[in-house]
Design a protein around this ligand. Sequence first.
Ligand SMILES: [Zn+2]
Length: 512
Amino acid sequence: MWRKHWVVIVAVGVVLTVLLTIRPWTGQAGLDAQEIVPIGQRQAAVTYKADVQIDMNKHVVKGMLTARFVPQDDQAFFHLYPNAFSANAALSGENWEVVLGKQREPGGIKISEVRVNGKSVGVQYAGKTKTLLQVPLPARTSSAETVVEMNFQLEVPYNNGRMSYHDHAMWLGNWLPILAVKDAGGWRLDPYSAIGDPFYSDVANYHLRVQLSEGYQLATSGLESVAVITETRPQRLKIYEVDAWNVRDFALVVMDETYQPISGKVGETIVRTWVQKSDDPQNVERIHETARESLDYYGKQFGVYPYKEYDVVKTGGFFGGMEYPSLVFIAQEYFERSDGMGEAVVAHETAHQWFYGLVGNDEVREAWLDEGLTDYATMVFLQQKSLARSQAYIQMRLGQARAAEGYANQGVTAKSSVEAFPDWRSYNDLVYGRAGAMWWNLKEEWGVERLHQVLRQYVRDHQYKQANGEQITALLTATAGADASPYLDYWLRVELEKAEAASNWVEKGKHE
Ligand SMILES: [Zn+2]
């Protein structure tokens, strides 16, 4: 079943390649007319296939991973993020306390039997606490696809983070070994950090076969609604086969039967909010409605959401919300409050489906890019939904933005790399607040339609790829017909001497 399935996928891939090469639909009503290429019509450069068994009693995940890709180098690196939480990681300081929480147990991932094109190459870890796997590849003269296989055993840490569990669920973010990105600056092998979302990855196709005990259910970055689910007797196992095409990562949450989904639809996309039966129905409904409405709104503003599912799952965690492709984690507390923050968190994570998901960027060096656009989108969504209810959130962000000058005097700005931020507060104020306020200000000056036209083009230009600050500056420059750098420098780097040049640029852009 599994192998056959694999052959079918390859065959579909071949047919798609041929179709994409010939482009029989090119023409007025064809691909060129579509802003976002449908996921089924796009070849991903990397394919991951994993076969995993999840033990919910021991909190252990065993598995085998295969990655197929055309090498860019004579080696490849896989991030092993779980090893950031290994027993010898010695995580200390206030910022790690936030991530780890009061109760904590270490975890980690062990790799064995690494094979390249079928040949064993040994296990070579790198990074301070083995947070990287280094894999030598055949000489790069050949552009042929390379297959890297490995076995792994993941012991899920217990803490306040993105990969943990409680009595009713286990949420796995950044758990699978994932290829590091090599960009113009070389290999990006940044370690996990307490602050920010220290991730950077390329879009890939994933095929997962997940084995669970009976009595558990799954939400993932893939399509559970069409997953093949097999139940075995007498072992009482449930096996899911899940595909996710053209996604930047693959996260999943295993839930017991106290969880149930509330379903809705936005166009062809199924939106599910996974909560426990004991949760407050009004809060749940508000969050679910916000997920649906924001997905719909952003799709209309920034380009259609190309995936067929969107899951919002209640988890534990310090993070408020955490974005993964087609799946977001929302911390429990936001289902317990009715002050509008739950809606804001969901609207924020949903916006990340465009800024992070569809258009990726280096979240270590340029967190302002996805977070700023995401939080701007959040504010504009909340405002058009309810002027009154959005005020507190928008004023909070604009207030944070005003603190930027103080931070700049200490050498920290929205453009700083994650390791430069002394604490979560400064990261919040600058990367969300200041960068979001920069876009908000431009919306106030140019109007929402003009700004969103620019952002739609940004998404269209970089869909399924990476973007960077230079590229969005170039787009703004082209839009206004004048160099946009003074505007970005004024807002992001707080170069106050550029205030006049910045406002001249804004004026010029209004009339272009
Ligand atoms: Zn965010």
